[in-house]
Design a protein around this ligand. Structure first.
Ligand code: NAD
Length: 246
């Protein structure tokens, strides 16, 4: 699965799943544009890639802001001249039961998780349709498929990403641009680190494989979807959840 000569842009790659994806794509030979809300965070991952002999560029961006995303793509194109792969991984949670959920909690989560992906896809599509090549992967979630109490905003954003994936897959297919989603189950990252022992045990009980997943589990699925071998797969939602939801 060589990605030599290809350029990938991964959002939210300072830590967790995004970092694992960025490192994995770089290890296969891609130059990687690493983005995060903190420049230092993005630089850390970019530094790891450079230390391993790869090419990378760190950019601070809030994906919910159109002007920042436009600027991100300008910088990426100035540095590497093209973008073959886009991974929309940036995401946040603002959990709470519906009756207590503030309008701002709803808006922020939808703005980052769903509108952020829309903003990046729009910029990437301009480049990819011209090049008649592209691979887009959206990081959704198992709870976007099954729902979860206390996460109405997050689940709506992640379910929305699946609709976005399938619609854009149909629009871009003729230009040889594939658009797929991965739906991680519960993965060991900062996002799930706040869980207490009891909540963690309850979660593990729901997972047939009996363990939380790792960032590398997700990165391997993303690598497959951006590889040559997945060239005839588009609009697909790939579950990586240890059997939690089938
Ligand atoms: P994390 O909190 O560890 O990392 C999130 C990343 O997103 C960070 O790099 C952060 O800088 C970036 N980010 C946050 N807001 C941003 C914004 N406005 N603009 C740009 N970047 C922004 O999260 P994680 O657990 O690694 O999750 C990564 C993705 O996987 C998210 O989309 C999340 O919803 C999804 N996911 C995670 C799990 C899990 O169990 N951890 C499960 C399913 C799906």
């Amino acid at each position: 699965m060589s990605l030599n000569g290809q350029v990938a842009l991964v959002t939210g790659a300072s830590r967790g799943i995004g970092r694992a994806i960025a490192l994995r794509l770089a290890a296969q030979g891609a130059a990687v544009v690493v983005t995060a809300t903190s420049l230092e965070g993005a630089q850390n991952t970019a530094g790891e890639i450079a230390a391993a002999g790869g090419k990378s560029l760190a950019v601070k961006v809030d994906v919910s802001q159109v002007a920042e995303v436009e600027n991100l793509f300008k910088e990426a194109l100035a540095a590497f001249g093209k973008i073959d792969i886009l991974v929309n991984n940036a995401g946040i949670t603002k959990d709470g039961l519906l009756l207590r959920m503030k309008e701002s909690d709803w808006d922020q989560v939808l703005d980052v998780n769903l509108k952020g992906a829309f903003n990046c896809i729009k910029e990437a599509a301009k480049v990819m349709t011209k090049a008649r090549y592209g691979r887009i992967v959206n990081v959704s979630s198992v709870v976007g498929e099954m729902g979860n109490p206390g996460q109405a905003n997050y689940c709506a954003s992640k379910a929305g990403l699946i609709g976005l994936t399938k619609s854009v897959a149909k629009e871009l297919a003729r230009r040889n641009v594939t658009v797929n989603a991965v739906t991680p189950g519960f993965i060991e990252t900062d996002m799930t680190a706040e869980l207490g022992d009891k909540a963690r045990e309850a979660l593990q009980d729901q997972i047939p494989m009996g363990r939380l997943g790792s960032g590398d589990d997700i990165a391997a699925a993303v690598l497959f979807l951006v590889s040559d071998g997945a060239g005839y797969i588009t609009g697909h939602v790939l579950s990586v959840n240890g059997g939690m939801y089938m």
